[in-house]
Design a binder for this molecule. Structure first.
Ligand code: NAD
Length: 301
């Protein structure tokens, strides 16, 4: 078997085009606005933020980047977030991670008002997701993963999904999303014993462990769908957590790195921002849909 490539670049482009069309057709006088909080000089963070800003502009979302020096104290950062929470012109707030060591990321993320938490990292939104509440803001990477799986046409219900990695931003929410879609989910991590044997049972593999080429051909069940979230640099070359060449020979579907999950993350962040904008605008109006999910069947999407 030679795996069919799941083209994240193409799917992300479609999401962004569709979003741009919906925003252009929106009768609101205001434009959706995303605020990005950037602390310190981390070069990778700066590149990510630049990409987000450019992508936002392309779909018609305003993006304000608030930059702070490494030496900012946690209290001052929380105050800045408080101001963004209270600013009616700001619809979405994200804090680019990682933060400097002296700042507790969970405390910062917990202070973003849940309806503006478009990264979905506030424990309140993570809790809503865990409780299968449709109002949860779901973080962008897991949402992108699910969207890519949907493009394959695979019936998710009943499938065994093995998630490699248990981080708050990828592994856990991805596992919750798959569970909410009736998959049987195994969450594995750095202390998991017999990882290859567990992955061998998987119909769906989500590799999100940050270990270049960890997942081998021999670990893969014939016909599985493999989503590679990893972004690693080996000898200056970008690669994922999956041995792409080998695994492609056994899987039915596979995402490349780059060009798989990566482009989806930005697209879904923009989608989350527009959904936040609409929810905030219609908050309090009696019949407005609060489901927050595109394709829910209500008349508002
Ligand atoms: P993380 O370091 O927070 O978590 C890694 C997880 O992998 C941990 O739960 C750890 O237990 C597990 N792990 C580590 N080594 C393992 C091993 N040998 N076997 C099994 N599990 C192991 O990382 P993260 O933030 O979740 O990101 C994971 C990867 O995804 C990284 O490469 C990151 O760069 C990438 N990422 C990509 C996107 C994207 O948009 N494509 C977004 C976020 C993260």
């Amino acid at each position: 078997m030679t795996a069919q490539i799941i083209d994240g670049k193409q799917t992300a482009a479609k999401v962004r085009e569709d979003l741009a069309r919906r925003i252009a057709a929106d009768d609101s006088e205001e434009m959706p606005v995303l605020a990005v909080v950037l602390v310190g000089e981390n070069e990778a963070s700066r590149i990510y933020v630049r990409n987000k800003k450019k992508a936002a502009a392309e779909v018609g979302i305003g993006c304000e980047v608030l930059e702070f020096s490494d030496s900012i104290g946690e209290h001052a950062l929380l105050e800045a977030i408080g101001e963004l929470n209270d600013n009616p012109h700001v619809n979405g707030i994200i804090v680019q991670l990682p933060l400097p060591e002296h700042i507790n990321p969970l405390r910062v993320l917990s202070n973003i008002r849940p309806e503006k938490d478009v990264d979905g990292f506030n424990p309140y939104n993570a809790g809503l997701l865990a409780c299968r509440e449709p109002d949860a803001v779901v973080s962008a990477t897991p949402r992108g993963i699910l969207k890519l799986l949907e493009t394959t046409g695979i019936e998710l219900a009943g499938k065994h999904a093995v998630v490699i990695g248990r981080s708050n931003i990828v592994g856990r929410p991805a596992a919750m999303l798959l569970l909410n879609r009736d998959c049987t989910v195994s969450i594995t991590h750095s202390k998991t014993e017999n990882l290859p044997a567990i992955v061998r049972q998987a119909d769906i593999v989500i590799a999100a462990c940050g270990q270049a080429g960890l997942v081998k051909k021999e670990w893969i069940k014939e016909g599985a769908a493999v989503i590679d979230v990893g972004i690693n640099r080996v000898n200056g070359k970008l690669c994922g957590d999956v041995d792409f060449e080998g695994v492609s020979e056994k899987a039915a579907f596979i995402t490349p790195v780059p060009g798989g999950v990566g482009p989806m993350t930005v697209a879904m962040l923009l989608e989350n921002t527009y959904e936040a904008f609409r929810k905030q605008r219609f908050a309090g109006q009696a019949h407005e849909c609060r489901c927050g999910s595109h394709g829910c069947g209500c008349s508002h999407h």
